[in-house]
Ligand binder design. Structure first.
Ligand code: CUA
Length: 180
């Protein structure tokens, strides 16, 4: 079998087949549904957080986060001694992503609202909170701020869902939520 030119040279003036029209219509209607689901989920979904973004230099954000962690550190974990930081209920939370970790570990109280700050110190990472399926793109030079109110206690994992290099699959973090 070979590839031949269409038998009718001016094929683009022929009427479009019924099946093709049907599929184009289905695809178009579905695209519209998906388009309007974006604002709909933003207003009604629990996973699409409204966030604010502020310009900030990575070193300034790092210093802010480190000072905050120093102030509210309650213990250290693991071989690397990553701090576990427990801010006052209702307060600010700072975390950054960098090659290849989420820093620090955060401990929150169930039912309390926090202002959660997120940024990257190098390049783009993806903050994915499991098993809640909350996803936020994290960029250097932008401080993302959103409000979280944990409604269940336990241990939550953070993975990076934006490919960021050789250690991407090891870029994990943790949030503890306590019952008070
Ligand atoms: Cu950070 Cu992938």
């Amino acid at each position: 079998m070979g590839i031949f030119p269409p038998p009718q040279r001016v094929w683009w003036n022929l009427p479009v087949g019924k099946t093709e029209v049907l599929w184009i219509t289905i695809a178009f209607v579905w695209a519209l549904v998906m388009f309007f689901m974006m604002p709909y989920w933003h207003l009604t979904g629990d996973q699409n957080l409204s966030n604010e973004a502020y310009k900030i230099k990575p070193e300034v954000y790092a210093a802010k986060t480190e000072a905050w962690a120093e102030k509210y550190k309650v213990r250290e974990e693991g071989d690397t001694g990553i701090p576990v930081v427990k801010p006052p209920a209702g307060g600010d939370v700072y975390m950054f992503g960098r090659l290849w970790e989420w820093w620090p570990i955060v401990e929150l109280e169930k039912g309390q609202s926090y202002r959660f700050h997120l940024s990257s110190l190098d390049w783009q990472h993806g903050f994915s909170l499991l098993p809640e399926n909350i996803n936020i793109s994290v960029h250097p030079e932008y401080e993302m701020v959103f409000t979280v109110t944990p409604n269940s206690s336990g241990e939550f994992g953070i993975i990076c869902n934006e490919f960021c290099g050789i250690g991407h699959h090891n870029m994990v973090g943790k949030i503890y939520v306590t019952d008070k």
